[in-house]
Structures are given as C-alpha cells and as structure tokens.
Write a protein that binds this ligand. Structure first.
Ligand SMILES: Cc1cc2nc3c(=O)[nH]c(=O)nc-3n(C[C@H](O)[C@H](O)[C@H](O)COP(=O)(O)OP(=O)(O)OC[C@H]3O[C@@H](n4cnc5c(N)ncnc54)[C@H](O)[C@@H]3O)c2cc1C
Length: 669
C-alpha cells in the first residue's frame, strides 16, 4: 500500500523568485492572484504541461486564509476531496496544517458527511507556498497586474476579443501569454468598512486591485459586473478568555485525512486542539441596536438587499433579523502556537470600541481583549453566466475567471474553480480542447453548472442539497469518480496517484465480487454472524453485499466468518460498508441517467403548460422551460439552469400523459 510521507515545506517568503528575464519570456498561462483559486490554478496549469507564471500582490500572502482558519465541512468537504482526487493541493495542505479534525453530520448517511478541520494558519500557507516552489514549470512574481493586453480575436473561435497577456502596475511592463486566469477574490474595486469608515482595500492591510483591471472588464470587454460583500470577526487574545464558562468540543479521536494519498495527518491525535462553544446574550442585541447609527453596514441593510451577504451573515444582521434568539459562537484555535482565537459567528463591522463592548456581553469573553477588529469588504464580481463550463469568458478568447470573482464565497469553492480554470487555461494554451465536468459526476460540476446556468444574487456556497445525485457523489468515492479521468483524459493527475486509484478500484471490485458470490438464507446468515438483525421474512437467498447493508453488520464480521474475504480487503472495510449501503440507490440513479440519455429525442408536447405542470419543478425551472419551450427532452436537458432531476420528472410526466392520451384515443375510436 502506498503511504505518502508528509514533508516539511520550505518558506516561499524567504526565497522569493527574482525573474530578471521575466518580460522576455512568453508564458502559456498567467495566473493573477495567489489566493485559493490562484494557487490551484497555477498548480493545475503546470500539471497539464503549461509554462505558468503566477503574479500576486504579496508573495507572503500566497495561500492566506482571509477569514476562518478552517477547511471543509458539509458540501465544502466534498469539494476538497474532489480537488484532491484531481491531484490539487488543498487536501494535502489541510492534512499538513489541520489541528482539529472532525467529520460533521455523522448522524446522517455517509454521502453527506462533512470532513472538516481547523487549521494552523501559518502551516497552511507554508505548505501551499512550498508546494508551488517545488512545482515544475511555475514562476512566481510579486507585483500588481494593472490591465489585460488585448489583441485581435481568432475568427475561427467563439468570442469578440482575445487576451494575450497582462500589463504590470507602476510601469512594470508587459508580459505575454496564451491564456490568463483572473483570481482576484475580494480585491476587484474592493472597499473595507468598519463603523462609518470606508477605505479602499481587498483585505485588511492589502490594497484593492488596480482600477484598470475593473475598467477593462466592464468597459472594454463589456462584462456585466455586480457587487457583493462579506465580513470577518475580530480576533481575540486567547489568555483573556475564561474557557470554564464555555462548552468544550473535542476533535475526533482518530483524525481522518482529506487526501486519498495520505494515511494519517501531520498533527497526531493527542496533539489536536479543542474548540469551545458559547452563545450571544440579550446584552449583545442591546449593543447592536445602540451602535446601529455608527454602522454603515447596518444602514445599507436597512436600504434593502441590493448587496447580499446571506452566507456570511454578520452578528448585526443575525441579531436584527432574529431578535430574542441565542446565537452560537464557536471559539476556534488559529494554530498550535498562536495566541489568538477566532470567534466564528461574530463577524461584525461596528466601530472597534463597540465591538469590544459586544464581545464582553458573551459568557467566557467578559474580560476578553481583541487583537484586530472585525471588518466588512465590498467588491465587484463578474456575473458568471458569461462563462463557458470550462470557466473561460464567452466573449474573450484566452481569458478565464475563477474564485470569488465569480460570485462564490469560501476557500473550497474558490480552489475548485481555480483547479478547473487552471486545467482548461493550460489545455487551451497547448491547443488542446477544453473539458467540462457534469453535475452527475462531481460537486465541482454542480458548482460550475449552477454558476454559469443560474448566476448569483448572493455569495454562492456549496451545500449537499445542491447536488441531485448526492448518493453517488460521496466524499469516499471522489477518487474513483475523478482520478482515472484526470489522468487518462485531462492530464492533470500524476502517474503515482493514478496507479493508486487503479489499485483501489481493482481491490474494491474484487471485494464486491467476492461478497456477491456468497449466497445464504437469512437464518444461515444469522448462524454465521451471531445475533444480527437480519429480517427472517426474506425467503430468498441474500448475498454478502446485501447483508452488509444491514446496520449491525460490518465487513470485519463478514471477513471473520468467511476466510476468503479476510485480510486482502480489510483496508477497505469502511468503503465497502458505504458502497453496500448506497449501491441499490446509485444503481437506480445510474439507470435514470441512462434513461435520460436514451430518451434525448423524445418530443415534448407543444401545448404543455410548464407554469402549472403538476410535477415537482422549481419556479425557476418552470420559467426557463416556459420561455424557451424546447422541442425535445435532450434540448431541455441542455438548457442552462435545468437540473437532471427536473428532466427525470418531465420525462415521467410525458410518458404518463402519452399513455393517458393513447387510452383516450382508443376509447373514442
Ligand atoms: C474580510 C473577508 C471575510 C471573509 N469571510 C468569509 C466567510 O465568512 N466565509 C467564507 O467562506 N469565506 C469568507 N471569505 C472569503 C474567502 O476568503 C474567499 O472566498 C477566498 O479566499 C476566495 O479565494 P480567491 O482565491 O478567489 O481570492 P483571495 O483568497 O481573496 O485571493 C485573491 C488574491 O489575488 C491577489 N490580487 C488581487 N488583485 C490583484 C492584482 N491586480 N494583481 C496581482 N494580484 C492580485 C490578492 O493579493 C490575493 O492574493 C472572506 C474574505 C474576506 C476578505
């Protein structure tokens, strides 16, 4: 079995790259921005073989966690597993830097479990920077990109414009490339606000992106741009917290790594740090109300939802929307040696002295001191409906966008897009066709399909409920869904990872065949396995895989009863159990997908009234179908914003009604 050693990273900040000949070089791909989207984009473009340049404002902030030092969770954890399956960096960085690992949602089925870790901020950045340093074909330049270079578009390809490089700020000159990936996060026309003070910036202590970039996107390329906002809480000095007044939450005793290539995490189980839970009080509500006239954030809220922040709500908005309610505040470590705690749930923008008053109304924080105040940021995002599924701007050849610039929020959503944009920018620059991922294949596919099909009105965040095929798209099987394709077709996965995924695939298939080959009646199974709850009413024989579906039955029990199942596959006990639970459901889903594909040419009746159709369709889907009125099921399935689940409902409806109509015709004749 392959065990990947976790290696200690070198610090990029102490060995920044000085490329004196940078302007004479021609790059395949230039990535602008070294956040979570940018770092995955650089790494992915280089993995597909492109000579790649990363330009970012500050080398020491490459891989910086702007807000919460945590990774994963429900939905977001799925994205991290998929990024890892495509050989991305994020999962391995999490395994290196995690200090509190837990699987969220354990009371539900494994398909929606959320692997999550609290991170050591410095270690995370160190790992990402070291990884980029050791990535072949990558050059890193500290600098600010002022503008895009545009040239005549290729008439053979879609798009009115074409990008062929960037211009650096402060007279830094031009650098040419075949593709450019913009991952400027919250920095595009960014402005920070605390209390009633507003200042230009993308993040505390970082300036916004140069105005030229926004101007080119809006005015020269004609892209539709919107405005969003988010915020972050103050950081609290650990020694000033009375933890005895809070509830302790311990990590899982045995940390589960994110990466399919790691068998353990860098932090040992006994070294992990706890988190603590406390709650808001009526005093918090009072401070929010008393300070509202000093808080431009709240004043904007009062004007209406023109700038949304639903998924990063501030404590001010929560308290005002739900008066009288106690809100959770998690006190989370910022790292192994950090003297700070991150109060999750206390994002706020009131003046700093009032932030301190608010904090001191919370049990455990009565004597707390802040190291930095919370603040909000407003920024421009590009409406993502203007992108192809491979994240290229439709109107502009060679220009790709990824991350928060596309209206998402969160590190994982940014990294997932970064990886996909990097793969495609790399491929395009090497004259290979672009590739896309479907929503039946991956959460990354769901994310991109939602963005480009529906656009965003509020920061987009991943939830498991967004994926119709979530029993198939599980965190445990991301390697089998993506790694093989990543190597064979996309070229973004290393041979070492590919071989490991192949080994897993072969072993799992062998183990499943071995399980299916054992057939016994229910009473015989009970004899073999002892006191397990297998329904006696089952008259037919049950195979080993069907028995493994039962709650009380584990693979280890089967392996001790049947020597042929033993040691060979014990490594996969948990995966086999999950596979057994979901297999019948996944097989039904697979049939549904195949049915949709087989019925592509089914005619949709012309008189169908989509707005009142008595089937389960969202209002959004109804309106799209009503306005386009596709003639076939295939045409409907290809429409942006139409989900596979909606197509299944439509297919069933048309078939049911066909029979009804036929019966009517028979009756009349
Ligand atoms: C104050 C704040 C609060 C947040 N709160 C939350 C939260 O509660 N929950 C959550 O999920 N997410 C939150 N986020 C968002 C999270 O940080 C982002 O979703 C994530 O970092 C986006 O990644 P990204 O790669 O798109 O951009 P970023 O991580 O922002 O990286 C952008 C990079 O681009 C660089 N850059 C920008 N312009 C230029 C230029 N012209 N030239 C060169 N380099 C440039 C910047 O220096 C930076 O390195 C918050 C962000 C901020 C700033």
């Amino acid at each position: 079995m392959l065990v990947r050693r976790l290696r200690f990273p070198k610090r990029l900040s102490t060995c920044s790259i000085q490329a004196s000949d940078i302007h004479t070089q021609h790059y395949d791909v230039i990535v602008v921005g070294g956040g979570h989207a940018g770092t995955e984009a650089v790494a992915a473009a280089s993995r597909v073989g492109a000579k790649t340049l990363l330009i970012t404002q500050k080398i020491q902030t490459i891989g910086a966690l702007s807000c919460n030092p945590s990774l994963g969770g429900v939905g977001k954890g799925h994205l991290v597993k998929e990024i890892d399956a495509l050989d991305g960096v994020m999962g391995r960085a999490g395994d290196w830097a995690g200090v509190h690992f837990s699987i969220l949602n354990r009371s539900k089925g494994p398909a929606v479990w959320g692997p999550r870790t609290q991170l050591d901020r410095q270690r995370y950045k160190d790992f990402i920077q070291s990884e980029l340093l050791s990535t072949p074909r990558v050059t890193i330049l500290e600098g600010s990109v002022q503008d895009l270079l545009l040239t005549t578009a290729d008439p053979e390809k879609p798009g009115r414009h074409k990008v062929n490089g960037i211009r650096l700020a402060h007279g830094g000159g031009e650098i040419h490339s075949r593709s450019v990936v913009l991952t400027t996060g919250t920095f595009l026309s960014g402005s920070l606000f605390i209390g009633q003070t507003t200042s230009p910036g993308g993040r505390l202590a970082d300036p916004p992106s140069c105005a030229g970039l926004s101007h080119t996107l809006k005015e020269l390329l004609g892209l539709k741009v919107g405005r969003l906002r988010t915020g972050t809480p103050p950081r609290i000095i650990k020694d000033t917290i009375d933890f005895s007044l809070t509830l302790i939450r311990l990590p899982d005793p045995s940390p589960t790594p994110f990466s399919f290539m790691n068998t353990h995490t860098h932090c040992k189980p006994e070294e992990q740090l706890p988190c603590y839970l406390t709650h808001t009080t009526p005093g918090v509500e009072r401070v929010v109300k008393e300070s509202s006239h000093h808080n431009s954030h709240i004043q904007q809220d009062a004007k209406g939802p023109s700038i949304s922040h639903r998924y990063c709500p501030s404590i001010e908005s929560k308290v005002l929307r739900f008066p009288g309610r106690r809100h959770q505040v998690w006190l989370e470590p910022e790292g192994l040696t950090s003297d700070l705690m991150y109060p999750q749930g206390l994002s706020m923008t009131m003046p700093p002295e009032e932030q301190l008053c608010l904090i001191r109304e919370i049990p455990g924080l009565q004597r707390a001191k802040m190291s930095t105040p919370g603040y909000g940021v407003q920024y421009d995002f590009v409406c993502p409906t203007q992108l192809f599924p491979w994240l290229q701007v439709k109107s502009t050849q060679g220009l790709f966008l990824a991350g928060q610039i596309n209206g998402t929020t969160g590190y994982e959503e940014a990294a997932a897009q970064g990886l996909w944009a990097g793969v495609n920018a790399g491929r395009t620059s090497l004259s290979k066709p672009p590739v896309s991922l479907s929503r039946t294949q991956s959460y990354i596919g769901v994310l991109i399909d939602d963005l480009i099909g529906r656009g965003v009105t509020e920061p987009y965040r991943m939830f498991t409920s967004r994926a119709e095929f979530r029993t198939t798209l599980r965190p445990d099987n991301a390697d089998l869904r993506l790694t093989l394709r990543g190597f064979e077709e996309l070229g973004c996965v290393s041979e070492q990872r590919y071989n490991e995924a192949l080994r897993v695939q072969v072993s799992l298939n062998d183990a499943l065949s071995a399980l299916k080959s054992i057939h016994l009646s229910a009473p015989r199974w009970k004899d073999k396995l002892g006191d397990v709850n297998i329904s006696e009413t089952k008259s037919s024989l049950l195979n080993g895989l069907e028995v493994l579906q039962y709650k009380d039955v584990s693979y280890q029990m089967l392996a001790s009863a049947f020597p042929e199942l033993s040691s060979l596959y014990l490594e996969f006990s948990e995966r086999l159990k999950v596979e057994a639970i979901y297999r019948p459901h996944c097989e039904n889903q697979k049939k549904e997908i195949e049915r949709i594909q087989a019925e592509e040419s089914l005619y949709l009746p012309e008189d169908i009234d989509y707005l009142t159709l008595p089937v389960s369709l969202s209002q959004e889907v109804r309106e799209i179908l009503d306005s386009v009125r596709p003639s076939t099921l295939g045409a409907a399935a290809r429409l942006s914003g139409i989900t596979p689940a909606a197509i299944v409902h439509l297919l069933n409806y048309v078939h049911k009604n066909k029979h009804r109509n036929q019966r009517k015709i028979v009756g009349v004749s």
